[in-house]
Design a protein around this ligand. Structure first.
Ligand code: AMP
Ligand code: MG
Length: 346
């Protein structure tokens, strides 16, 4: 444990550390002065999307709104395996053991998922769709999910292998285990943040924050200052620390506090351990900052799986400099660089 953390503990003994499992990123200083600052808000991908645009003209704001919403609608279909669209078609082809042509962007995301699977030693695995579906993590049906038995879990896990087992010829999948089902839920948000930045930059928007349910990327700055993001416990309402997120950086939080499934009264994380097929229990939340949004997203998921025991080793294997983990009992782990960057609040 770090010195700052110890200081934090000793000065805040009254805080309920378990509740810090309820961490999420809270935007503090996005609402700068000028009349041309605009915020777009919409609901997409099952969450609130908020895009703050600084010093933009009316035309830029309108184009951004139109292009972003149509982009989010498209990927909500094409990259979500339970909606009709490209990823579902790919998964069906895999199940039928047929080749599948993949669009260049989606192929790049799947290949990146495979790379992070390798680097994380299978803590990140985007091929477990049959298991995430069976655990009811995506709350697809009207019926509450039932807990799968140990044999069922073992069988689904053994059949899935991983995204690294997909064979490609260019952007065509020519071979994959039939039990593999792509579920890009752990990395897609990073890709969507990347694409959103591209859309805004193509409209010559130089300063903006794209915020998808608390995971966000900063373009430029906020009226000359870096974006100050609060790390908070929702039960406390006020953040316990802030961090300046620089131009080009993405901050992502994975956790069991917002998204979980309830089976027979018990609460399960929506993140599965690919080695066991069971939901993660040892860790409540992980926050990662990185200039590579897809890596930030996937790394937060991988670090949730690795937990405190693998935190240092995994962060270094994934080349993640800035990460914070809160374990199930509320204890924190920080990378040294994150420790230096975090500003603890009184
Ligand atoms: P995130 O909120 O980015 O941590 O992503 C969680 C989502 O990723 C889940 O809802 C699943 O769709 C998927 N997922 C669950 N466990 C894993 C895992 N070990 N590796 C990759 N994706 C996962
Ligand atoms: Mg993720």
């Amino acid at each position: 444990m770090t010195s700052i953390l110890q200081a934090f503990y000793s000065t805040r003994s009254s805080l309920n550390w378990r509740s810090l499992g309820l961490v999420s990123a809270l935007l503090l200083s996005a609402c700068g002065g000028g009349p041309r600052d605009q915020t777009l808000e919409f609901f997409a991908l099952g969450t609130e999307v908020s895009v703050s645009l600084y010093a933009v003209n009316e035309r830029q704001a309108e184009d951004a709104s139109e292009q972003l919403q149509s982009y989010f609608t498209r990927v909500g279909h094409d990259w979500y395996p339970w909606n009709p669209g490209e990823l579902r078609a790919i998964n069906i082809a895999i199940e039928l053991q047929e080749p599948a042509d993949v669009s260049p962007r989606l192929a790049a995301i799947i290949r990146r998922a495979a790379q992070i699977e390798r680097l994380s030693n299978n803590r990140f695995n985007a091929g477990l769709g049959h298991l995430t579906e069976r655990w009811g993590l995506h709350m697809l049906g009207d019926e509450p999910p039932s807990k799968p038995n140990i044999n069922e879990v073992a069988k689904l896990l053994a059949q899935a292998l991983g995204v690294t087992s997909i064979r490609w010829i260019d952007d065509r999948i020519v071979g994959a285990p039939s039990g593999l089902m792509l579920d890009l839920g752990g990395i897609a948000k990073g890709a969507i943040l990347e694409d959103s930045v591209q859309i805004l930059q193509s409209l010559d928007i130089e300063n903006a924050i794209v915020n998808i349910g608390g995971d966000l990327t900063v373009i430029g700055d906020v009226n000359g200052r870096p974006a100050s993001i609060g790390i908070r416990s929702p039960t406390e309402e006020t953040p316990f620390a802030t961090i300046d997120v620089a131009a080009g950086e993405t901050i992502v939080t994975s956790g069991d506090y917002e998204r979980f499934v309830e089976i027979d009264g018990a609460r399960y994380s929506h993140i599965l351990n690919p080695r066991t097929g069971y939901p993660v229990e040892h860790t409540s939340a992980v926050t990662v900052i990185h200039t590579d949004a897809m890596l930030a997203d996937a790394a937060a998921t991988a670090l949730m799986v690795g937990g405190p025991a693998e935190f240092d080793q995994l962060a270094s294997a994934l080349e993640v400099e800035f990460a914070l983990l809160i374990d199930a009992s509320g204890d924190l782990r920080l990378t040294p660089a994150m420790d230096l960057r975090l500003k603890w609040l009184d």
